[in-house]
Design a protein around this ligand. Structure first.
Ligand SMILES: [Zn+2]
Length: 370
């Protein structure tokens, strides 16, 4: 298989460097060959099978393979969810919580590379019914987090806050965990080389997450500018999920007059989101591409999520970097360089100049590890 065009390519001289010290990939023109799942630059001769702009596979770090609208996916449906992502150019997924084992979808030629986070951890009645492992006490948290880190691919997903419906009309988003349990749990996961990410909408949840040193925050809609600066200083990444925040008014409408405090809270978070996004950018926090596909978002919308990142004030070239090789670096996967696994997507025009072309890949390839 021969590709011709411009590839977003990491210089071979530094391919063995730590991803965090290696220079950024740059566009390199020429011919490239996929051989036994790996990619090589080759002299230009004869005709090419595909021509275009060659990009490291896109990443969705918040994608629930196993959850579908209104319920849970069976094994065949999970495979189809992975294929939908693949066809959208998403070749690497951190699953960010799934009610059942989805490992059968990984690494097939037409699916995705998968980093599993195991089950969501929550408390009874504090997440989508039936999908989380429900812990009755905070004291259980550290041991269960450690078990989940070992059961998946090292990532642990906590529900950090959720509506607490116990207070009638006063019900609101509230944190689930106490600070000491979080600290102990995160330390236990880090001890075995795992990482922790946390779903959080509410401001009240964040200080304890920063204090515990979690690795990543999903949504982060309640964060104030001091907390965002603190997250950046600690190297905590944030998945801003713009498509999901766009649904907050729908969540508020569903809560209606039964939960007016929660409703107003969600509307307030949505109203101030523009400022939160500006603060993310100001602080230089690492932003991760994620759709929250599963319950409310269909699978395969990562190109649309990235298109919305223009609202952050990022250039299309910056968005492409964040959605592809920077996110792969973050998850510990190589991008395109001499002899690397050929996880790539080809587009007819330059996505760094106009990111909207990401919705129309002309060729995708999942390479071979090792
Ligand atoms: Zn989610």
């Amino acid at each position: 298989m021969r590709l011709r065009g411009q590839a977003l390519w990491r210089s071979p001289a530094v391919a063995g460097d730590s991803p965090f010290s290696a220079p950024a990939p740059e566009w390199v023109a020429g011919d490239f060959e996929i051989r036994e799942g790996h990619i090589y630059q080759v002299p230009a001769t004869g005709s090419a099978d595909v021509e275009g702009w060659i990009v490291p596979g896109l990443v969705d770090v918040h994608c629930h393979i196993g959850i579908k609208q209104g319920g849970f996916a069976n094994p065949d449906e999970m495979l189809e969810q992975a294929r939908i992502n693949h066809r959208a150019g998403v070749l690497l997924v951190r699953d960010c919580g799934s009610p059942s084992d989805n490992s059968h979808v990984r690494d097939r030629a037409d699916t995705v590379r998968l980093v599993r986070a195991g089950r969501h951890l929550a408390k009874p009645k504090r997440y989508i019914r039936g999908s989380a492992l429900e812990l009755v006490t905070d004291a259980q948290l550290p041991a269960v987090m450690l078990a989940q880190a070992r059961a998946g691919d090292g990532w642990v997903k906590l529900v950090g806050d959720w509506i607490d419906r116990a207070d009638g009309a006063e019900s609101d988003l509230r944190p689930l965990w106490d600070g000491a349990a979080l600290r102990e749990g995160v330390a236990a996961v880090h001890e075995v080389g795992g990482r922790v990410t946390v779903h959080s909408f509410a401001h009240a949840t964040i200080d304890a997450l920063l204090d515990a040193g979690v690795d990543c925050i999903e949504h982060g809609t309640g964060m104030d500018s001091d907390q965002i600066r603190q997250a950046a200083a600690q190297g905590i990444a944030i998945t801003p999920t713009l498509l999901q925040v766009a649904l907050f008014d729908q969540f508020a409408a569903q809560a209606g007059d039964k939960f007016p405090v929660y409703r107003d809270h969600m509307l307030g978070l949505q109203a101030r989101h523009e400022q939160v996004l500006a603060d993310f950018l100001d602080a230089g926090v690492q932003l991760l591409p994620g759709t929250d596909a599963g319950g409310f978002q269909p699978h395969g919308l990562l190109p649309q999520e990235l298109l919305r990142w223009r609202e952050l004030g990022l250039s299309d070239a910056q968005i492409l970097d964040l959605g592809s090789w920077r996110a792969r670096d973050y998850l510990g996967f190589p991008s395109l360089s001499e002899g690397a696994m050929a996880d790539l997507v080809v587009y007819a025009s330059n996505p760094a100049a106009d990111i909207s072309v990401l919705a129309r890949p002309i060729f995708t390839n999942l390479g071979v590890t090792g």
